[in-house]
Design a protein around this ligand. Sequence first.
Ligand SMILES: *[C@@H]1O[C@H](CO)[C@@H](O)[C@H](O)[C@H]1NC(C)=O
Ligand SMILES: *[C@@H]1O[C@H](CO)[C@@H](O)[C@H](O)[C@H]1NC(C)=O
Ligand SMILES: *[C@@H]1O[C@H](CO)[C@@H](O)[C@H](O)[C@H]1NC(C)=O
Ligand SMILES: *[C@@H]1O[C@H](CO)[C@@H](O)[C@H](O)[C@H]1NC(C)=O
Ligand SMILES: *[C@@H]1O[C@H](CO)[C@@H](O)[C@H](O)[C@H]1NC(C)=O
Length: 221
Amino acid sequence: MWLFKLFLRAISCLTLEVGVWSAQALEMSVGKIPYLEAVNGSTVVLPCTYFSCIGIQNLYFNWQFNDNGTMQKVCESVIPSEGVVPKVSIFRDRVEFVGKNHENNISILLWNITFEDGGLYTCFGRNPKEKDKNHSAIFHLIVVDELRVVDNSLTIMIASAVGGAIALLMGFMLLKNFTLFVLSKMEEKNKECLVSSSGIDNTENGLSGSKAESKATPKKK
Ligand SMILES: *[C@@H]1O[C@H](CO)[C@@H](O)[C@H](O)[C@H]1NC(C)=O
Ligand SMILES: *[C@@H]1O[C@H](CO)[C@@H](O)[C@H](O)[C@H]1NC(C)=O
Ligand SMILES: *[C@@H]1O[C@H](CO)[C@@H](O)[C@H](O)[C@H]1NC(C)=O
Ligand SMILES: *[C@@H]1O[C@H](CO)[C@@H](O)[C@H](O)[C@H]1NC(C)=O
Ligand SMILES: *[C@@H]1O[C@H](CO)[C@@H](O)[C@H](O)[C@H]1NC(C)=O
């Protein structure tokens, strides 16, 4: 997996060498799953890493929060070179730079999130080595209430509803069988009556006739 990643990167870098300067050299990534659902009050990591084929020098990066359309800077810094832990300016409460540029990691930590913290976060990078082109990746933080458990109980409710429906159906089938049983008992009585009242030929006709009736009755229900 790791080797495959390296291989892909090598290929993308190769394309850069073959292609023109305008090819994307810097890559910002918020990971394969660019969103997170977290309960209010919890502490979350907003992941971001960068990658550059040609290496970085004084890489400028920041995190921005899209607050109703206006971009608010969460933090920013300049990374002199790879591996150096940069000094990061933080403009928002409860934010900590935890990536420490370790393996190009510029993730941040959000302490004790509130519902206002939910939204889109942009991890932005610009590498002077590649003509100051802008690169970014967006991470979506979804803050949910603890009452999210309601969803679970909803599933339970649905499950029990389905179970109930099945039970009802089984009950209905039992009832149907019982009805059929009663009907057959009645049939037997009818048969007795028929036997006593008329001949054997009539009995057979009458029996098949009432059988068809009893089969048709539940279908009507
Ligand atoms: C999350 O929000 C709910 C409703 O606003 C509140 O009752 C609860 O205390 C909050 N939880 C935390 C851990 O802040
Ligand atoms: C954000 O958007 C909501 C709904 O679109 C609006 O009611 C609210 O006033 C906006 N807040 C700000 C600070 O613009
Ligand atoms: C987060 O909440 C806990 C418990 O309420 C508190 O002790 C801690 O100081 C808070 N952290 C920040 C960074 O606000
Ligand atoms: C980046 O650092 C954070 C905090 O230490 C960690 O949770 C995350 O897994 C790291 N990401 C990568 C890709 O190493
Ligand atoms: C890059 O982003 C900056 C804001 O950080 C903006 O002023 C500039 O116009 C952008 N450049 C390009 C080429 O998009």
